[in-house]
Write a protein that binds this ligand. Structure first.
Ligand SMILES: CC(C)(COP(=O)(O)OP(=O)(O)OC[C@H]1O[C@@H](n2cnc3c(N)ncnc32)[C@H](O)[C@@H]1OP(=O)(O)O)[C@@H](O)C(=O)NCCC(=O)NCCS
Length: 440
């Protein structure tokens, strides 16, 4: 695929600074998103830009995901996420992410075979799981295990980024397959049950469910509705352009470390409650509401109180200022799964009531705060039997194709640079060392 297509120059912007006028190129992407290219700003003026949270900063040009937060549009490689969630499978979407096109029959078969071949992890690695404390968070185990893969598969060490790229199918399937096994093993460790090894006869999601829920005394029977729901959830999480964890993968990868190290860093970023950890916070919040009698008004008042740091988890998004298209699909999937499994979860009723109140509340309306991807996903996981601290692990499993695709794209970019932002220093000006007995 090579270097990503570059945006087209469409005009100039004038910057007036220190009595000088600087012409800056304006460029436009394929969906008419425009940017002022400030690549030569510091060379020409000595100035840098200051942009907390990168709210106005495009850090790369990318062909992978198109997102319009105002209109609620999300597309992977041009395909609407709604179509992929309905018609595709996660493995197919993973291929699409990495290669830029939907796989043809032969390509799909080869990719699936590689996934099967790489599903085992080195037996010595299973020893690591044993030594974690009983209550270790599976995200801690996941990131440590992923970075450890680089020592078990040293052919993908830091000198071999180009090899990883040349054999991207092997790189990608190895990670996709092993992350799934590690995720399931970390769960088994947390409940003290023996590990269940991957099976060659099961597809990606069914295999994961089997590794999670099968036990020597009780074989697991995969319910197709649950398998489909997991496929949908993973597809909806597969990429979300330059979010916090993906930017982390690109940034860490820009130092030319191996892919495992970059992905392990992405997993750590995803763990945070403002990012992928929000789905865990949502369930804990809903359980809290339930414990306190089910009154959703109190949390809404708390979320609006500026003296209180509490936020309504599962609402709001940096880029969506409209209903998150993923949340809409997840809400429907949630209703379907609960119906199929005949689960009557009072948290779903609380969640729906909360959403309705939020939709009619001026505070949330003015700030365009809608349910995000994390609001309903936790209720599905609960119904399937996935414990709360595994929620973000499943998110990581879903996001992996995006991380790999974005890492690949950044490494192949003709404008590749180590990422190194500037700052405006606001500390003390020059002062000199004073011996301890003379300090006031
Ligand atoms: C996702 C999130 C971090 C985006 O943050 P952001 O783009 O930096 O937006 P801000 O924090 O500047 O929020 C803008 C305004 O909305 C308010 N706001 C945003 N999300 C809110 C929430 N979940 N509950 C209450 N108020 C919220 C902020 O307090 C701020 O109000 P102000 O303008 O009066 O100061 C933020 O919406 C949030 O914390 N959501 C809850 C966590 C979550 O669900 N994360 C998962 C994301 S997929």
């Amino acid at each position: 695929m090579g270097t990503p297509r570059k945006a087209t120059p469409v005009g100039q912007a004038e910057l007036h600074v220190d009595g000088r006028v600087l012409n800056l190129p304006v460029v436009e992407g394929t969906e008419q998103e425009r940017a002022i290219d400030i690549g030569r700003l510091r060379d020409q003026t000595g100035l840098v830009t200051l942009d907390y949270g990168y709210k106005n900063t495009g850090a790369c040009q990318s062909e992978i995901t198109y997102l319009d937060g105002e209109k609620g549009i999300l597309r992977y490689r041009g395909y609407p996420v709604e179509e992929l969630a309905e018609k595709s499978r996660f493995v197919e979407v993973a291929y699409l992410m990495v290669h830029g096109h939907l796989p043809r029959a032969g390509e799909q078969q080869q990719f699936s075979e590689l996934l099967t071949r790489h599903s085992m992890i080195h037996e010595d690695m299973t020893q690591f799981f044993k030594n974690y404390p009983e209550r270790a968070h599976p995200m801690a185990i996941l990131s440590a295990m992923v970075v450890s893969l680089s020592s078990f598969y040293p052919e993908l060490s830091q000198d071999h980024v180009s090899e990883e790229l040349a054999h991207i199918d092997i790189t990608a399937t190895r990670l996709l397959s092993k992350l799934r096994t590690i995720a399931a093993f970390s769960y088994k460790k947390s409940i003290g049950e023996p590990y269940v090894y991957p099976r060659h006869d099961l597809k990606y999601c069914a295999n994961f469910l089997n590794m999670m829920f099968s036990s020597p005394v009780r074989p697991y029977v995969v319910n197709p509705v649950v398998e489909k729901a997991l496929n949908t959830l993973l597809i909806l999480h597969a990429d979300h352009e330059q979010n916090c964890s993906t930017s982390t993968v690109r940034l860490v990868g820009s130092a030319k470390v191996n892919l495992y190290a970059a992905v392990a860093a992405g997993i750590c970023a995803l763990w945070g409650p403002l990012h992928g950890g929000a789905n865990q916070e949502v369930i804990e919040m809903l359980e809290d509401i339930q414990r306190q009698g089910g009154d959703t008004r109190k949390v809404i008042e708390r979320a609006k109180d500026k003296r209180d740091s509490f936020r309504l988890y599962g609402f709001g998004h940096r880029v969506y200022k409209n209903y998150d298209p993923r949340a809409r699909i997840i809400k429907q999937t949630c209703v379907d799964v609960l119906r199929e499994l005949k689960v009557n979860d009072p948290l779903l009723d609380i969640a729906m009531e909360l959403e309705e109140r939020v939709q009619n509340d001026d505070y949330f309306k003015e700030r365009k705060l809608y349910p995000n991807v994390d609001f309903y996903s936790g209720i599905i996981y609960r119904a399937i039997g996935i414990p709360v601290d595994m929620f973000t692990v499943i998110f990581a499993l879903g996001r992996l194709p995006g991380w790999i695709a974005q890492w690949k794209e950044s490494q192949e970019d003709a404008d590749f640079k180590i990422q190194r932002p500037r700052q405006i220093y606001t500390g003390p000006t020059l002062r000199h060392y004073v011996p301890i007995d003379q300090r006031g």
